[in-house]
Write a protein that binds this ligand. Structure first.
Ligand code: GMT
Length: 379
């Protein structure tokens, strides 16, 4: 198949999933064309059947806001025509689903019929999508998609609850590539971070409010009073500067390190004892899955789709959103009991196995085939 993938090229979860999916499909022999404004962060090496088409926007003094959607639609039309794509797969509804709809209509007017699949990732529904400034367009473009997938059962229910959806939605969960995410020996690195054998807690996110990063710091404040430990804060975003200020005011700067955006997160997870994810809302929690694949138990909130990934009392613990004390107590409990920690590590790895890319990727391939076949019947 010749597949066009549209996504955000940044460190956000949807861009990571889109890129890993594209690379996985290319490994299976499909031609994959990424169409976006910047090379996706995880698209680093050269692959023979992977292509990158950069969307450039025309700068003109009249435009207070550059009309990126118009440039993206034009690029999609151009790539579909020239590369003879079979299908477009857009990740994150805003604005990609609406732009795909426009591209499809333009192509139809030129006698080319190409279906598009929209994958909803989370905040495009739960946080941003439901805002009145986006909602009518989001609802329309979901209903107009030839196929719609969501990354968790919870997100499916949220979508059905928030919008009038007149079509099927398929749940295809996020996945993990075990050839990259697995526990490796990084003892030298662990000694550098925790020279006195401290336990290591890790949080990885885009430091947006929805992640409740301040809860991470407050949980650690309680934990560090009971267990000699260090906290690694990985990622960057609007909340980071406030979090650094919070650490200073709590006199925790020697115990907490802000590492910024990191490419090789698996190397950091290799030295971690626990992963913290106290999010307000989380459609899936890919970062937690990556941790679990590296045998790191997860202490999280029970928001959104997290319970589909983290099993309470088995692969980690879950508490209500905002229950800082509860999450801190669960951390202390596990960190003080080596045999439980070892069992949870093993369980986390086994649970991550349910999301092996080798099992999830064929679900996308089958779905594409289904969409293309339906189209032939209708046509
Ligand atoms: O806010 C983020 O975490 C980024 C966001 C995105 O769309 O880029 O992530 C969402 O998609 C990820 C991949 O499907 C999911 O694992 C995250 O749970 C989801 N984030 C939220 O729902 C807040």
């Amino acid at each position: 198949m010749k597949i066009g993938i549209v996504c955000y090229p940044t460190f956000g979860g949807s861009g990571v999933v889109a890129t890993e999916l594209g690379l996985g499909l290319a490994d299976k022999g499909h031609d994959v064309h990424f169409i976006t404004y910047k090379r996706p962060v995880r698209l680093t090496a050269f692959h023979t059947n992977v292509y990158f088409h950069e969307v450039t926007s025309l700068d003109y003094p009249l435009f207070e806001y550059t009309p990126y959607e118009t440039s993206l639609a034009s690029k999609m039309v151009d790539v579909v025509r020239f590369e003879k794509l079979d299908l477009l797969h857009v990740h994150y509804a805003i604005p990609h689903a609406a732009v795909a709809y426009m591209a499809r209509q333009i192509l139809r007017s030129q006698g080319i019929d190409i279906p598009f699949v929209t994958t909803l990732h989370g905040t495009d529904i739960t946080l941003v999508g439901i805002d009145q400034s986006f909602a009518p367009v989001v609802e329309f473009s979901i209903n107009q998609s030839d196929g719609v997938t969501v990354v968790s059962e919870n997100l499916k229910q949220e979508t059905l609850r928030s919008f009038h959806i007149s079509r099927d939605i398929r749940v295809i969960p996020n996945f993990i590539d075990f050839s990259r995410f697995r526990k490796t020996n990084k003892d030298h690195f662990k000694r550098a971070i925790a020279p006195d054998g401290e336990k290591i807690l890790v949080h990885i996110s885009n430091f947006r409010k929805v992640k409740r990063v301040d809860d991470v710091i407050r949980i650690f404040e309680i934990v560090s009073k009971k267990v000699k430990s260090k906290l690694l804060m990985v990622g960057d975003g609007p909340e980071r500067k406030y979090m650094e200020e919070l650490c200073r005011s709590l006199h925790l700067c020697d115990e907490i390190r802000f590492l910024g955006k990191q490419e090789a997160v698996e190397e950091l997870l290799a030295i971690a004892d626990l992963f913290l994810l106290p999010s307000e809302s989380e459609s899936f929690g890919l970062a937690a899955l990556e941790a679990m694949a590296c045998e790191v138990p997860v202490i999280s909130s029970n928001a959104g789709g997290i319970p589909e990934v983290n099993i309470d009392g088995v692969t980690g613990y879950m508490c209500e959103v905002g229950d800082i004390r509860g999450m801190a107590d669960r951390c202390i409990e596990l960190l003080q009991d080596d045999s439980s920690l070892a069992a949870f590590r093993k369980n986390a790895f086994i649970q991550a196995g349910r999301y092996d890319i080798k099992q999830i990727l064929p679900q996308y391939e089958d779905y594409y085939t289904e969409i293309l076949n339906n189209r032939k019947v209708i046509g």
